[in-house]
Design a protein around this ligand. Structure first.
Ligand code: HEM
Length: 466
């Protein structure tokens, strides 16, 4: 198979083909080392569409986000589920959702996505508020004087526990506490191997990962968990793997996204001050005077008013997001990109959109590597007009994917990060510890989602005197 694959040559009307020196690996290592640099270099040499051989697969990159609508329009030929059905079961250890083994499962899963959206978002957001407050009170309030912490670890432990409580209920979280955070440790071990699993490295090559994954799946066999948020009938053991997949989806990107939003605010005190003031104003508009011994509640409508905070979170997502949006070609076809351009695409090839190149494009965003908390707000309203070549862009910020594969948890994610940061800013004075270099992105997860930092950051926090 490898020999056949290596003999691929660019055919007439196909995008330029880039293969690399090592036949099977192709350009995978260069992509992982610095995805942005690699792709921009190829774009300079070959134009805005090209095919790259990576880890034995041929991936056609479409670089310009003004071309994304054409990909989304070709939904009949370019399918997302074919891709996710291939990759997700092997990663999380379940049967393909579209298989005949579990009739009705696909519908059940789609119903569980709906529980994250629309009217359901209101009770979900309220529940998350209560649970975040609970974790803050239990672990972080009630101490006076400065305390030191590691920022990523702080975000992970608060978000992990509050998410578990919100999606899977109190018994689930209580069990975790008695298990001395074993579930969270296993989650981290699994997550570290996640980039290998989704690139289809067999799990038996990844040390003890299979056993760790099984422990995580078994956790969701509990009866009380089966009556939880996802409402998937859990009497069949393979289905507990879906709960586990939902837990990963709910945390895998949210934790690093929360970290970056916190890090950028703490390292930009002037932005932090504006955002803190906005939160206090929204609270006092509803007649609530904040004091450190009362519990804070921010409802969905109040969260919607936090425009500067929302802009700061979106700005952090712009800087840290590195997910690939992938589609699989179901047949040989001609991909039309506008009136006069089209390219031949082969059945089985992957088509990838990599929004990071848009997010860091200096023609769209001035000084793209700088954190500007108010980039997405204008005169108190959300700013949505961003341009390239005088053309107003529809796709200028795409951390949650596009079209059919768009993240169903996106509104919940923004709300919970807003709630977390509101509590943090209301209750604490915050500082970075001295003598640390600036946090950098860990490039090894390029293509996977929100990049984590390459090392944790030490910070100090102290209850504010209000
Ligand atoms: C899918 C991003 C938070 C649930 C996705 C995808 C992206 C994404 C890019 C599409 C993956 C693909 O195209 O292959 C994010 C980011 C988040 C976040 C950046 C946080 C900042 C959440 C949360 C939940 C969630 C909090 C649930 C509580 C899901 C689910 C899918 C998904 C279930 C799979 C959808 C499908 O298979 O059709 N997310 N997500 N996400 N996300 Fe999120």
């Amino acid at each position: 198979v490898q020999v056949l694959a290596d003999s691929r040559l660019q055919r007439e009307n196909e995008p330029p083909l880039i293969k690399g020196w090592i036949p099977f690996l192709g350009k995978a290592l260069e992509f992982r080392k610095d995805s942005l640099k690699f792709l921009l270099e190829q774009k300079r040499k070959h134009g805005d569409i090209f095919t790259v051989r990576m880890a034995g697969k041929d991936v056609t990159f479409v670089m310009d986000s003004s071309l994304y609508p054409y990909i989304i329009k070709h939904g009949r030929q370019l399918d997302f589920h074919k891709f996710s059905d291939k990759v997700s079961p092997a990663t999380f250890g379940y049967q393909p959702v579209h298989s005949k083994l579990h009739p009705g499962l696909k519908e059940q899963i789609h119903r569980s996505f709906k529980l994250l959206q629309g009217d359901n978002l209101t009770p979900l957001t309220e529940s998350m508020m209560g649970n975040l407050m609970l974790v803050f009170r239990h672990d972080h309030l009630g101490h006076s004087g400065w305390r030191s912490g590691c920022m990523y670890q702080f975000c992970l432990s608060v978000m992990f526990e509050a998410t578990l409580l919100t999606l899977f209920g109190r018994p689930a979280a209580a069990r975790r506490r008695t298990g001395t955070n074993a579930l969270m440790d296993d989650f981290v071990k699994f997550d570290n191997k996640f980039p290998h699993l989704i690139t289809e490295v067999p799990i038996w090559l990844l040390g003890g990962t299979r056993a760790v994954r099984q422990k995580l799946i078994n956790y969701f066999l509990l009866k009380e968990v089966s009556e939880s948020f996802t409402q998937i009938n859990n009497t069949l053991s393979p289905l507990s793997a879906y709960h586990f997949a939902m837990l990963w989806a709910a945390l895998g990107n949210t934790v690093p996204a929360t970290f970056w939003a916190m890090y950028y605010l703490v390292s930009h005190p002037e932005a932090l001050q504006v955002v803190r003031q906005e939160i206090q104003e929204v609270l006092s508009l509803s007649g609530v005077e904040f004091s450190s011994d009362t519990n804070v509640k921010l409802h969905r409508e109040q969260l919607d008013k936090l425009r500067c905070l929302e802009s700061a979170i979106k700005e952090s997502l712009r800087l840290s997001s590195a997910s690939l949006n992938v589609r699989m070609a179901l047949e040989d076809f001609s991909l039309r990109l506008g009136e006069s351009r089209s390219f031949a695409i082969r059945k089985g090839d992957a088509i990838a959109m990599y929004p990071r190149t848009t997010h860091l494009d200096p023609e769209i965003y001035e000084e793209p590597k700088k954190f500007r908390f108010d980039r997405y707000v204008h005169n108190g309203a959300e700013k949505t007009d961003f341009y390239k070549d005088d053309q107003k862009l529809k796709y200028y910020l795409i951390p949650f994917g596009s079209g059919v594969s768009m993240c169903p948890g996106r509104h919940f994610a923004i709300n919970e990060i807003k709630q977390f940061l509101s509590l943090l800013l209301l209750y604490f004075d915050l500082q970075l510890e001295d003598g640390q270099s600036r946090a950098e992105f860990d490039p090894s997860r390029s293509g996977v989602g929100i990049l984590p930092p390459s090392a944790d950051v030490r910070f100090r926090y102290r209850l504010r005197v209000v």
